[in-house]
Design a protein around this ligand. Structure first.
Ligand SMILES: NC(=O)c1ccc[n+]([C@@H]2O[C@H](COP(=O)([O-])OP(=O)(O)OC[C@H]3O[C@@H](n4cnc5c(N)ncnc54)[C@H](O)[C@@H]3O)[C@@H](O)[C@H]2O)c1
Length: 372
């Protein structure tokens, strides 16, 4: 019997504004090429890795967004975020990306119907799970890391530039640049705050995002005693929790999978509080069970915060950016792509791979649900 044919991966260009990450880095692409894969890379001026870095390891470069017309039928189209257009055109390929349509998000049926019409398939990166039900690759750690960085910076801004709107965010070239910046800002803000560093409460501190948030706070120089770590044990009595408004910064990192009492209420934020910035990393913004029912929109890199209405005049803002890891696109991509690599290699024998079989089964179930 002949060996299964090596898969062809087609790395598409991302089009979401400010999205600089990549599912395959030049280094993971090289490992896959060495394992016999074929990899085509669409040119992208947005991606943190230069096109030439891919070319150097042996990936042919092709026109931006040419997958639709030029990718062979058996190529896997690999990306991260939304597909570029939102029309009704049928989708013929097997796509590996975060489709954001398996949890009945806005437009979920329409997207699934496009794949159905073109006989394509979604193998959703969010649902690639190992035999313990654990995600094989996730951006969570970097989301929490970046979320804490933004929250701390907004707090600093509130102290340094009282009353002024917090401006647009730009990705950092690397982690050290972000940490150095944050340390300087904290020192400046603490000086204006009686030399007192903020207290930061991280909810869901034992998870991926929560671990990243606590690590950033430490690396930025916030003393350990100022980092309050809560997880499921601490919230089992049910909210709301005064401790949240008694902290300066609140970073929510829980994985919400059931209805829970709210962590904070309007009554709580109208009362006495130190809290002036919430970073909702979990971003269950439009979920009816959102445990932070004090804001309604996702914020963006261009406009990272929105004010929360409160009869207490002390400022309170929310940051609810749903692609925080793009603040550190290089490290985020490296971490994610390395974790994904063994699963990518398993595409060679996809029929024997429980991870890919699970993803395909889920796609079929969701497609059936979209037609029910
Ligand atoms: N904003 C972004 O850019 C971004 C990026 C990646 C992930 N996320 C989101 O972040 C969330 C967390 O992801 P993760 O990978 O860290 O999940 P995870 O499963 O690794 O961790 C979640 C943690 O939350 C805790 N938790 C759950 N319910 C809780 C409760 N009621 N009270 C206190 N703690 C509770 C769990 O015990 C766990 O430790 C998800 O909703 C994910 O979609 C956001």
């Amino acid at each position: 019997m002949s060996a299964p044919q090596a898969p062809h991966l087609w790395l598409r260009a991302e089009t979401k504004p400010m999205e600089h990450r990549a599912a395959l880095t030049p280094s993971t692409a090289k490992t896959l090429l060495d394992a016999g894969f074929k990899i085509t890379v669409e040119r992208s001026s947005q991606r943190i890795f230069d096109d030439e870095e891919y070319a150097k390891v042996g990936c042919p470069l092709v026109k931006t967004l040419s997958w639709k017309t030029d990718a062979p039928a058996d190529a896997y189209i690999v990306g991260l975020k939304e597909l570029p257009e939102n029309d009704n055109s049928p989708l013929h390929h097997t796509h590996i990306f975060f489709a954001h349509c398996f949890k009945n998000q806005g437009g979920w049926k329409e997207l699934l119907h496009r794949f159905d019409a073109g006989k394509g398939t979604i193998l959703d990166l969010e649902f690639l799970n190992d035999s313990n039900g654990r995600r094989v690759a996730a951006f969570g750690y970097m989301a929490g890391f970046a979320g804490a960085a933004v929250a701390i910076d907004v707090w600093c801004h509130q102290k340094i530039n009282k009353g002024k709107t917090y401006g647009a965010l730009k990705p950092y070239p690397n982690e050290n640049a972000l940490i150095d910046f944050s340390k300087k800002r904290l020192a400046e803000a603490a000086a204006k705050n009686g030399n007192v560093y903020p207290t930061i409460m991280v909810m869901g501190a034992l998870g991926r995002c929560g671990t990243g948030a606590c690590d950033f706070a430490r690396k930025a120089g916030i003393p350990e005693k100022n980092i309050i770590k809560w997880d499921i044990q601490e919230t089992k009595a049910g909210g709301p929790f005064r401790e949240i408004v008694e902290s300066d910064i609140f970073v929510n990192c829980i994985y919400l999978n059931t209805k829970i009492p709210p962590f904070i209420t309007r009554q709580l934020i109208d009362g006495p509080r130190k809290l002036s910035i919430i970073c909702d990393v979990s971003c269950d913004t439009t979920n009816p069970n959102n445990p932070l029912p004090v804001y309604t929109i996702n914020t963006t890199f261009d406009k990272p915060t929105v004010p929360v209405e409160s009869s207490n005049p002390y400022p309170l803002e929310v940051c609810s950016i749903d692609h925080l890891p793009t603040l550190l696109p290089r490290e985020s991509s490296d971490m994610f792509s390395k974790d994904l690599l063994p699963t990518m290699l398993a595409l060679k024998n996809r029929k024997d791979s429980p991870v890919w079989n699970g993803a395909e089964k889920l796609y079929k179930e969701k497609l059936a649900a979209s037609k029910a």
